[in-house]
Design a protein around this ligand. Structure first.
Ligand code: FMN
Length: 215
């Protein structure tokens, strides 16, 4: 089993990474492989809603890491999406990255490499804005039929720099409990698959805009 973890900070070795590493220790102790995928410091383009992903089966922008992550998602059994809090929301690069990852996954293959897989968002801030940021991150999981795993608190921890991370023991405990819950869900899903229990096929024939024209 493998968990793909997104470090949504430009900072390869900062607080977000420290939180992901805390979870990785738990995964590793239970024989679950992990890979940390760093968004990096280069600009990440916004989604322009061109819809080309439906035809190309990937995002039209090929000069950053979104398509690479989408490719890796095929083999992942679980996901952790991490972001620092910037002005009470995820970083701009995380928003651009996730908009394009999820929109292109929807149009390319109906979220085939994401749906029905356990996932969680984790967020870190010096002081405030964590809940608002966490809410935004969770929206991606809900719309794509991912299985949003919970913990003993919302998945938030506090640090200005990675050196502060040990100073939030409850935040770290939340992350470790989250990893244990994800392992449990991944094992249950595997046992279910082995017993022939497959995910339901969602019905999506209704697509009703709020605005009705000519009525
Ligand atoms: C542009 C910017 C905006 C930030 N906004 C917030 C904020 O709204 N609330 C907060 O508590 N910390 C805020 N921070 C602090 C970061 O969330 C914090 O330093 C975090 O640990 C950085 O994680 P990283 O090392 O993984 O990049 C901000 C930092 C930056 C650079």
């Amino acid at each position: 089993m493998k968990v793909l973890m997104l470090n949504g900070s430009h900072n390869q070795d900062g607080s977000t990474r420290a939180g992901l590493d805390e979870m990785a220790k738990v995964f590793s102790a239970e024989g679950v492989e992990t890979e940390v995928f760093t968004v990096g410091g280069k600009p990440v383009a916004d989604c322009i809603g061109c819809g080309k992903c439906a035809e190309l089966k990937r995002c039209v922008f090929a000069n950053d890491a979104v398509n690479e992550f989408a490719e890796k998602a095929k083999c992942a059994d679980g996901f952790v999406f991490g972001s620092p809090v910037y002005y009470a929301h995820p970083t701009g690069r995380v928003l651009s990255f996730l908009d394009r990852l999820f929109f292109s996954s929807r149009l390319a293959n109906g979220y085939a490499n994401l749906r029905h897989k356990p996932a969680a968002a984790i967020v870190v801030a010096r002081r405030a804005g964590t809940s608002a940021c966490y809410d935004v991150m969770n929206k991606y999981l809900g719309i794509s039929q991912m299985l949003n795993v919970g913990s003993t608190y919302w998945n938030e921890f506090h640090a200005l720099t990675k050196e502060d991370v040990p100073g939030d023991p409850e935040g770290l405990q939340t992350l470790r409990n989250l990893a244990r819950n994800m392992i449990y869900v991944m094992k249950c899903l595997k046992a279910g698959r082995d017993a022939g229990i497959m995910p339901p096929a969602a019905k999506e024939e209704v697509f009703t805009n709020f605005v009705r024209r000519g009525e």
